[in-house]
Design a protein around this ligand. Structure first.
Ligand SMILES: Cc1cc2nc3c(=O)[nH]c(=O)nc-3n(C[C@H](O)[C@H](O)[C@H](O)COP(=O)(O)O)c2cc1C
Length: 182
């Protein structure tokens, strides 16, 4: 008999949350900090559930757990920024991932067009107006229209998340042709 630790995960319904998280952890993603609110209310949360949705109109989404401190801030102001973290920002990712999360004033930031703070050292940012929310079980799906975007510094490598580990993407992918060319 194969020892439990060497068995490949294979489950049919009911799927356990822990196993779902482990298997989804094999899908490599970038890491973002979602920022929202202004002044005293400004807050940030580390999120990897970001994806682009539509080019015309320009829509993006992320999923936030229903108990998140950030949820009422995004819902009340109707605006947020998605900050793509750079490879050397692992500490920032961790700082905004705990229940005792960092304050926006702990990191270099400036205002976007909506007044929401943008992390100045991020790889790139998208400043969004909240256009829709959808029930996503224990999470809420937030869809935003992109009003402003920027890449503050060219050629920074991204921070990536894989199998529960954070790290810099050391090398450029070596494909000859881009998979999308238009
Ligand atoms: C790499 C990484 C990705 C995360 N992605 C998400 C996510 O997509 N949605 C989410 O709700 N929480 C995500 N979290 C967990 C939140 O960052 C964490 O629960 C949160 O900071 C807790 O405080 P809050 O009240 O600000 O949400 C992620 C954490 C890490 C380290």
């Amino acid at each position: 008999m194969t020892p439990a630790s060497t068995q490949a995960p294979h489950q049919v319904k009911p799927v356990e949350g822990r196993t779902l998280r482990d298997v989804c952890g094999l899908f490599v993603t970038g890491v973002t900090v979602i920022t929202a609110g202004m002044g005293e209310e400004a807050a940030g949360t580390t999120v990897n559930s970001f994806t682009s949705v539509s080019l015309d109109p320009p829509l993006v989404l992320f999923c936030l757990h229903n108990d998140s401190r950030l949820r009422p801030v995004v819902e009340s102001t109707g605006a947020y920024a998605v900050n793509f973290l750079a490879g050397r920002q692992e500490r920032v990712a961790r700082a905004f991932a705990g229940k005792d999360t960092a304050a926006i004033t702990d990191v270099a930031h400036h205002s976007s067009v909506t007044g929401v703070p943008v992390l100045s050292d991020a790889l790139a940012f998208l400043s969004c107006r909240l256009v829709n929310t959808f029930d996503g079980g224990d999470h809420t799906i937030f869809v935003g229209e992109v009003l402003e975007l920027g890449v503050p510094r060219q050629s920074q490598e991204p921070l990536i998340f894989f199998r529960g580990f954070l790290g810099a993407l050391e090398e450029e992918p070596r494909g000859v042709h881009p998979i999308f060319d238009g």
